[in-house]
Design a protein around this ligand. Sequence first.
Ligand code: NAD
Length: 376
Amino acid sequence: QTVFVPRELEAGEDRIAASPDTAKRLFGLGFAVVVEKGAGAGSRIPDAEFVKAGATIGKAGDAGKADIVLKVRRPAAAELKAYKKGAVVLATMDPYGNEAAVEAMAKAGISALAMEFMPRITRAQSMDVLSSQANLAGYQAVIDAAAEYDRALPMMMTAAGTVPAAKVFVMGAGVAGLQAIATARRLGAVVTATDVRAAAGEQVASLGAKFIMTDALKDASGEGGYARELTDSEKKAQAELVAEHIAKQDIVITTALIPGRPAPRLVSGEMVKSMRPGSVIIDLAVERGGNVEGAKAGEIVTTANDVKIVGHLNVPGRVAASASLLYAKNLFAFLETMIDKDNKTLSLDPDEELVKATLLTHDGVVVHPNFAGDKP
Ligand code: NAD
């Protein structure tokens, strides 16, 4: 069987869904691996590295020969046209709000596996693309903040005087938030953080940051370790606490998400106004509606009181070489569970737990319970 790894078409998408390491492993398992020319360039992987791993370099049209396609983003209509019926395609499919695109994948006859639906169970930790990419996004958020901030982050005591440490406030202490806390600490900032899940408090403290939470809010853990949406009175209590705290911060990094809902609004325009000139806000939730009033997707907004609100898109893609390495590993770990090592083929069992959770389309129809029956 043939595995095809295309160059991603989306503008600014520098990641690739395979690495020389995963290509070598697939080759070792008996698969022919074809990588599109230049597909690794954005992640600083030259074609020659893939050739060394046993792959061959091909062109976009080679997708038509593939039994398995490894991608970062959901295939576009033009790509779908080229695929074989029955091809197994792994990608982050971003299906919510894109029901027509899901239907198109069904029509194309591919088996589309949405990596972001991987259950967060121990066995599937190595396949968890949300975690691997959020971790890097949390890191990059601090790097971006430091680059936009005109002052130093660590305290510096010099003969010419003392530079105070920057105060960094991280809102949402999930995977991205915890990495942001750790990174900001390494740069010498004084870090505080908040979350609505009480369990996050201990994790924040273990990273050497102070956990900020109102007494009015005991715990808003929802299903599966995710947060639930707050009630109006809880929102009010949280806003009061944040309003007082945020005015004293130099850098704010927001990461708060609620599954299946728009991102919660955590920072109001008033709060932004209360911050000092030169302060920086990084909104990592901007693609899901944003945590910060005034944040614009893909832009850096400077407010009247000289606060920068940074809304970079695809933040993991800003550390593409590292992100690709982990993403490729996530995909390979999942593929490996579906490969029959004796006859060197991949066989998809729609009833297997991980396949069932991630399979969007199969045999010409939309099969995922969250989308089946939807008419775009
Ligand atoms: P996420 O991306 O869905 O959300 C980011 C954070 O925002 C979460 O910590 C959430 O509690 C917080 N948040 C939501 N609403 C908020 C609000 N109004 N104010 C402040 N914060 C708010 O979360 P995630 O990073 O994917 O992690 C979610 C959970 O899953 C965590 O408990 C994490 O430890 C757990 N997890 C488990 C596994 C595993 O077992 N394999 C892997 C990764 C994450």
